[in-house]
Design a protein around this ligand. Sequence first.
Ligand code: HAM
Length: 418
Amino acid sequence: MPFSAPKGTYDVRPPDSARWLEVRGALLAPARLAGYALIDTPIFEDTALFARGVGESTDVVSKEMFTFTDKGGRSLTLRPEGTAGVVRAVVEHGLHHGQLPVKVWYAGPMFRHERPQAGRFRQFQQVGIEALGVDDPALDAEVVALAVEAFRELGLQRTELLLTTLGDRVCRPVYTEQLREFLAGLPLDADTRRRAEVNPLRVLDDKRPEVQALVADAPALVEHLCEECRVHYDLVRAHLTDLGISWHEAPRLVRGLDYYMRTTFELQHPLLGAQSAVGGGGRYDGLSEAIGGPPLPGIGWALGVERTLLALDAEGVHGEPPARCAVFAVPLSEDARRFTVPLIDELRRAGIPTDMAYGGRGLKGAMKAADRSGAALAVVIGAEELATRVVQLKDLSTGEQQAVSADDVVAQVRKRLP
Ligand code: HAM
């Protein structure tokens, strides 16, 4: 076979695909209970949307985008994240003129040209929510709590919430200037010095121990917040406390996207090694304007499905693999097969997940297939009973078998299913 999935990608395939689907659904279940509705935007967008929205100086935009030119000469990019596209869609369709906040969820593939490693892919799955049009600390707390709850819902116990505020247009520039001055006085290498000029906040997040030692005494943004940002952050924390949610203050949390303002957070899992972030998000009140829209506050998050699955494995949380079907039909002759096809159709129409032995296998092979299917019951249709319209219902865990009328099969099956 000359082909394999492209580097950094993978195939979601059975039997694990059932778990993948279940996890994706479970991560979004709390948000759906809180009134978030589906939004589905294109997988590619105008390249400039990400350049302006996510930020030209970020690694995501400057190094990791899958960008191509279409036949009309337009520069398009496979979305590296979902927020910029959602804000574009909300503004384009005037959803923000309706009831506020606009609350939406999404799920789908994102693309980043990163160096693949455990938990890091070039095509990966995110689920996300965004709440737009309202700047209310209670909404920040709701959004953060829905991420915490998403992991709790799955049975993960060790996910940690890191929380901070990044200030706003008033206090951040003042702080950034102070930080720049502080960094200018340090013996940094040329590369880091350049980074300190473009985006000094990012230097604080440098993982190298020698840089960490140098910036240990750097001024902290949380100590330079304007009054409005301080009040906002205090209220967010008060609401989270009321909700019984605990967190770590992370004054040096720097996210890889430039649109964040005020409340910013990440969810990390301690057993995941280098790629420990299972999710992240925050408030992005300037994003709409950055892409040419009206002032439109917003807050949201995205969670990584692959890393969530890795975290579940690491904690040993294994859901029951769901059975492929509840009933498995075994026809024992060609005539019986004619009889079985409409019979399984009837069971399926009654809402009972049903499959049958295809491919003319003998009784032994067919019963093996029945066992493998995970079904609780087998319906065995023998040639000799066709005239009397009788089938055998076999309980696959106890082996007990009983003859029932084919005309009554739905009711008989229902009686025996858990
Ligand atoms: P992000 O932190 O860039 O945020 O990505 C969110 C999550 O996606 C990460 O925590 C991680 O679990 C997963 N992820 C990111 N890159 C990869 C990768 N290469 N392979 C596997 N998983 C990955 C955002 O994307 C923002 N749009 C979140 C947001 C929504 N902020 C506000 N609203």
